[in-house]
Write a protein that binds this ligand. Structure first.
Ligand code: BGC
Length: 856
């Protein structure tokens, strides 16, 4: 077969353009957490650089979220290229040597483990995560040789799917060697800058231990140019304007439910979301707990003044005009206007409500010193309605809603008050997520209101007040799907094809009505067992047409029915493909060149000499959390465009991203693939990412993992017990925003169970909420191997069964990925034994064919 990938390794014009774009934009994803004026440093400085990420900067996380870019720029490379003289080379060289040895040993261990356990390398890696060698201690000689007063210490962490992070040294805490080195640095240098190169939050109590630290920067993981982006920020070529998308606590124990999270309590079978809606700042602000760095916080090299100069309410929409002035003298910069609302709390209203919630945000353009911009920030008043399980509806409760404006969750001033005279039901729904167990949830103790009492009582009397006109509030009532009808074949005697459908000579349902049960069952599972596909291929790399892509769908009906096969590739920090592969002279894909983290398979010795090399180098963009930190939705959209253009170029139809689970706890192993603890920010980012990708013809996003997938340990069998309120107002909310604002072509369900039912089998979740309530018109796929025996990967449970293939179809989880023969057989048997109706299978098939029509 012919491959789409270029046969030259040359850097294309597109690759250059994308790298330039990332370099230009991604500095907005960096968050400056502390700076006493030491930053920016002159670009001709001499700097001692220490830490595991100095020359081995992590560009993004591991697992399916990894992106195989052509190269990566470390912080060391970035600083040197910026003109800085790095004077700690003897220490850096020692670490490199240790790392080389560690990596060789690790590589060996993986190979041996894989051989012994009869598993592939990827499974072996999952079960033996790479951690890195111990850091060498900084010596007196290192310090003397560095001959500078300035030190940068970089703390690097890596995480990935299949395993949660832990509250241990080397993860949440510093390792002993890191702590020792930081102490040495604090005692021997007078200008100290600490960089955090992690996908999420770490313990930052070293800021108390070493008050000598002059600056702290969360450089995050901004793709293959992380080193350049960091150097741009450190030297002032770019001014930081990122804001935290999560609350950074003083201690891990400050997070709600920390003791029970994932493996912390020894039980990964059942996860009770006892904190209810109190996640992140919703918790810290309501319970009066001081965060170290609040949600929405981030400094600049300049300062800003923010003032709401006008507030208008028109129908359901409030628009605030906010004047932002750069009050600094030297640097230009951007600021983020954040609008929060405080809903009436008990006893005024009957719903339990957090102290405040983010309702809108906007980022200014670049403001020169002294310059100002008046920016409009607007939101619909009905988006303040919250779910009430008593009436099974979203309600805007009667009472006063205080609108607050500021530049972090902890730095706002009241700007307006909106009075709702009587409670309005904005959306009438159904309670759909009953659980068999019940548990107490946290409720707001009102500490946030106490803290703000003084400020509020001074500010509120003078505030502009609006009374909501109930007539202007849009209301809706969902009509839920009944039993799905079977389509009869009305065009007997004809053989309808997708070409007929495209030409308008047949409808999708007419075509579907002609397909046999077996044909439909085959369409509804991936192409894993089709002739020609790599049968024994590794997890998450099962595509043949586009090597390294996660999967493709069947091409079995291409000839007879003109149904094309689609290629699906991972993200979210770019496109995950195999960067270099070889094809035999007969056009057949040859072994070798597969990449999984640090392990790359060599091309075997018997590779034919006339094999043709192919190259697929993709741009690694910032991880999702870093994108969210930009608070700039134009930026996120542009990053989506990078991915969309590369998808089109490499012939990928569906991007298995963005990931949009809520950062419930900082130790979830996949947080880096997700945006934030806040559903509004999450939903807006996913919508912007989707708009960017879907701007390109034939390209679609797959928002994932739907829903309640907030931990990685025991991910296939962990049962998330979540109240209907927390689900609808927090965990589903981001998905709802993304679906309604951007109509992603596809969605991936999650591995976990939700209140006792596997997400992929959850009719209420997929049919009632996603399709009926939100109007999702795309295709739904399972996560990989969801309804298969994956004990070979170390997954099994004594408590919960595997997800069921027929139930996927019943629920409207159209595709089962990557699919297997058993999935198909189970579906066929379920139809034969009337456990599944023909209409259910036809419905899923139709959704798949509709996606094919959109994408090809
Ligand atoms: C992950 C998905 C990913 C899939 C394909 C799974 O292990 O959970 O997010 O898209 O693999 O690689």
């Amino acid at each position: 077969m012919a491959f789409f990938a270029p046969v030259t390794p040359d850097v294309s014009e597109m690759e250059k353009r994308h790298l330039d774009k990332v370099r230009k934009l991604a500095s907005e994803c960096v968050v400056l957490l502390h700076n006493d004026g030491v930053l920016p440093v002159p670009a001709d400085s001499k700097i001692a650089l220490y830490g595991n990420g100095a020359r081995h900067t992590v560009k993004g996380g591991t697992g399916s979220g990894d992106v195989n870019s052509r190269f990566k720029v470390s912080v060391y490379d970035g600083l040197v290229e910026a003109g800085i003289t790095v004077t700690s080379t003897s220490w850096l060289d020692r670490y490199d040597k240790d790392l080389e040895k560690y990596t060789q040993d690790y590589y060996q261990l993986i190979k041996e483990f894989a051989k012994e356990k009869q598993v592939d390398d990827i499974t072996a890696i999952f079960q033996n995560p790479y951690s890195g060698p111990k850091l060498p201690l900084i010596t007196k000689e290192d310090i003397e040789a560095s001959a500078t007063d300035t030190a940068i210490f970089i703390i690097t962490r890596d995480a990935g799917e299949g395993k949660d992070r832990s509250q241990s040294k080397g993860d949440w805490y510093l390792t002993d060697e890191e702590a020792e080195n930081l102490k040495t640095i604090a005692e021997n240098y007078s200008k100290i800058i600490v960089l955090i190169n992690a996908g999420g939050i770490i313990d930052t109590s070293f800021m108390d231990t070493y008050p000598q630290i002059n600056a702290l920067v969360n450089i995050s993981q901004t793709g293959n140019l992380t080193g350049h982006i960091t150097a741009d920020i450190l030297t002032g070529k770019a001014v930081p304007s990122g804001k935290l998308s999560d609350t950074w606590a003083y201690r891990y124990e400050d997070y709600p439910g920390y003791a029970d999270f994932s493996s912390n309590n020894g039980n990964t079978d059942d996860e009770y979301y006892k904190e209810g809606i109190y996640i992140g700042y919703r918790y810290f602000d309501s319970f009066g707990i001081e965060p170290r760095y609040p949600f929405g916080f981030g400094l600049s090299y300049t300062t800003f003044d923010m003032e709401t100069v006008k507030s208008v309410v028109e129908d359901d929409r409030m628009t605030l005009s906010v004047k932002v002035t750069n009050t600094g003298k030297t640097y230009s910069g951007k600021e983020v206007i954040q609008v929060y609302f405080s809903a009436p709390v008990i006893p005024e209203g009957h719903l339990d409500q957090p102290f405040q919630e983010l309702i809108a945000f906007e980022k200014t353009g670049i403001l020169a010193p002294g310059e100002f911009e008046i920016k409009e920030v607007s939101f619909s008043l009905s988006s303040m309605a919250r779910f009430d399980s008593v009436t099974a509806s979203r309600i805007l409760e009667a009472g006063n809603y205080i609108i607050r404006v500021g530049n972090s969750s902890r730095n706002t001033v009241p700007a307006a008050v909106i009075t709702v005279m009587m409670t309005i039901q904005t959306e009438i729904m159904k309670n759909l997520f009953a659980d068999t167990v019940s548990f107490e949830e946290l409720t707001n103790p009102g500490k946030g209101c106490e803290e703000h009492k003084d400020a509020d009582s001074k500010a509120i009397p003078g505030l502009q007040r609006f009374v909501l006109n109930p007539e202007s509030v849009p209301r809706s009532k969902t009509r839920y799907q009944g039993v799905r009808v079977d389509f009869e074949d009305e065009r007997k005697g004809e053989v309808l094809t997708m070409t007929n459908v495209r030409a308008g000579n047949a409808t999708v349902s007419e075509l579907v009505a002609q397909l046999s049960v077996e044909e439909m069952a085959r369409i509804c599972v991936g192409a894993f067992f089709d002739p020609g596909t790599v049968k024994d291929s590794v997890v998450g790399a099962a595509s043949v047409q586009v090597p390294g892509a996660a999967a493709e769908t069947t091409d079995r009906f291409l000839r007879d029915r003109h149904i094309p096969s689609l290629v699906l590739a991972d993200g979210p920090a770019g496109l995950r493909l195999q960067p270099h592969f070889k094809a035999g002279p007969d056009g057949c894909l040859l072994k070798g060149g597969e990449v999984w983290g640090v392990v790359t398979s060599p091309f075997p010795e018997d590779t034919p000499e006339d094999a043709v090399d192919h190259y697929q180098y993709c741009t690694a963009i910032p991880i999702a959390t870093a994108l969210a930190q930009s608070f700039n939705m134009d930026l996120v959209r542009e990053m989506g465009e990078i991915v969309g253009e590369e998808m089109q170029f490499f012939h990928v139809h569906l991007w298995l991203a963005p990931g949009m689970n809520i950062h419930r706890n900082p130790l979830c192993g996949r947080n880096f693939e997700y945006y934030s603890e806040d559903p509004l920010l999450t939903g807006k980012c996913a919508a912007a990412d989707t708009e960017g990708v879907q701007k390109y013809d034939g390209c679609g996003t797959t928002i994932k993992h739907f829903a309640g997938n907030n931990q990685e340990d025991n991910r296939m069998f962990s049962n998330s017990h979540i109240s209907e309120r927390a689900l609808r107002d927090l965990y589903l909310r981001g998905f709802e925003i993304a679906v309604k604002e951007s109509q992603p072509i596809s969605l991936m369900t999650s591995y976990n169970l939700l209140n006792g039912i596997h997400a992929a089998n959850h009719y209420e979740l997929i049919q009632n909420v996603l399709r009926d309530e939100w109007g999702f018109d795309g295709v739904v796929m399972s996560d990989w191997f969801t309804s298969q025996d994956t004990s070979f990967m170390g997954n099994s449970s004594d408590v919960y069964p595997y997800s069921s293939s027929p139930l996927c179809i019943y629920a409207g989880n159209d595709w089962q990925m990557p699919g297997c023969k058993e999935n198909m057989d189970d579906i066929i048997t379920a139809i034969e034994t009337e456990r599944l109706t023909l209409g259910d299978l036809q419905f899923c098939t139709m959704n798949i064919l509709k996606a094919c029509l959109k994408l090809t």
